[in-house]
Design a binder for this molecule. Sequence first.
Ligand code: ATP
Ligand code: MG
Length: 178
Amino acid sequence: MKNKGLIIVHTGDGKGKTTAALGMAMRAWGNHLRVLILQFIKGSWTYGELEAIKALSSAKRCIDIRQGGLGFSQRESGKQDEHRQAAIDLLRTAEQELQSDTWDMVILDEFNYAYSFGFIHIDDLESLLAIRPAHTHLIFTGRNASPELIDRADLVTEMRLIKHPYQEGIKAQKGIEF
Ligand code: ATP
Ligand code: MG
């Protein structure tokens, strides 16, 4: 019997939204589910998970990760149009991939940022949810999840900031942040 696909949201100002989604991807991979991770906003930064997923995909199982943004640090005002276009392009990819019905889990990492920046419209969200195959789990990450997404979700977790090393001036470290 096929899964009942869930709409899952990881939001909040604490750390762990993307890493929890990657944990789910790993768990799904271990169960032979086909997993696609599409990353909004993030650009060509070398995250450790890219290497890990490359290794997992060579085990003849379907797992893929693609970055469709220009990078978090590049959000200067002059590039708004490019950021918007990149988000729309990745959204179209997400729609095509969902339509093709080749995935059991699709993670839209940092989607909530692209949405809250106004790059993605509520109609796009509606159509994305409408074309999702019934068995496919969809995971959305990023701060400031919209009320309309939360409303439609089956599972919503808020990561709450209690302490973060940045507050002590400790910079991003390998294996922890990237
Ligand atoms: P992670 O990818 O580590 O699971 P996240 O997905 O919850 O983090 P994002 O909102 O995507 O967090 O933030 C991107 C970057 O900002 C990450 O490098 C993350 O470690 C860092 N970050 C997350 N939460 C905080 C925070 N409360 N204060 C400072 N930096 C943070
Ligand atoms: Mg994240």
